[in-house]
Design a protein around this ligand. Structure first.
Ligand SMILES: [Zn+2]
Length: 258
């Protein structure tokens, strides 16, 4: 496997993470108003479908992450607590984007996409997100800007192309050493994607770096699940989505030649 990440993620959580999780649970109560907004947007997109039960929670993410999952007929929505005090119109935009994506009612309405993007890139929100990323993230010198490639820039372009700009940006960093064994890695505990320094050279094709990052971004989107005692790292949904990368074969062939 060109990209190792299966056995390398820390399976044990630190005490700090557990405390964090506990305080997140205390914040789980979501306003009726927000549930109502999701119900209205659902109705708009699926006028005749039965209304699923909604489980909406704010989580203490280290980034502006938003996720939606349909499990056992129930919609599970997780929003970064950074979005908790966003204006109603922004909550509505988020509801529309998440539901349209989940039910493949595309394209996403422009007005909602624009409103969401304007809000998260507005100065106070961006500054708060940056502050939280630093204080909640790991204290270590990390660098996304390489000599030839800027991982933050590559991430944002992939985010727009494949994830409707919805993936919260984790800490991105080049590895300290020229690792050849582990080419890319997503560390869930620290919400960090690391890419091996060996790729930060002018003759590395952009599609190879994009593929490495895209793969790790899918880990961000599809967390490891435990099924019958086994860790499922690359689920079917993960693999299906990975095949959407247009230069998949080309990128894989390049990585194999290393
Ligand atoms: Zn992987």
């Amino acid at each position: 496997m060109p990209i190792r990440s299966a056995g390398t993620q820390p399976s044990r959580r630190s005490n700090g993470a557990r405390v964090q999780e506990f305080s997140a649970k205390l914040k789980a109560v979501v306003s009726e108003a927000l549930i109502h907004i999701f119900e209205q947007e659902y109705r708009e997109l699926r006028p005749r479908a039965p209304m699923p039960a909604l489980d909406i929670r704010f989580r203490r993410f280290t980034s502006l992450n938003t996720t939606i999952r349909l499990r056992d007929g129930r919609l599970h929505v997780r929003l970064s607590d950074l979005l908790e005090h966003a204006p109603e119109a922004v909550h509505r935009a988020i509801a529309h984007i998440l539901l349209a994506k989940l039910y493949k009612k595309l394209p996403i309405q422009r007005i909602h996409a624009d409103r969401y993007r304007r809000y998260v890139s507005s100065e106070p929100v961006a500054r708060q997100a940056e502050y939280i990323r630093q204080t909640r993230g790991r204290k270590k010198i990390l660098t996304a800007k390489g000599h030839h490639y800027d991982l933050d820039e590559v991430f944002e372009s992939l985010n727009l192309r494949f994830f409707h700009g919805l993936l919260g940006r984790p800490t991105l960093t080049w590895s300290a050493h020229h690792a050849r064994r582990m080419l890319g890695h997503y560390d869930a505990a620290h919400n960090t994607i690391m890419v091996s320094r060996v790729f930060d050279r002018p003759d590395t094709p952009r599609c190879a770096i994009e593929y490495l990052l895209y793969h790790e971004m899918l880990h961000l989107k599809h967390p490891v699940r435990v099924k019958a005692g086994r860790r499922c790292v690359h689920s079917k949904a993960f693999q299906d989505e990975e095949r959407l990368f247009p230069e998949l074969e080309q990128a894989k062939a390049y990585l194999k030649r290393l």
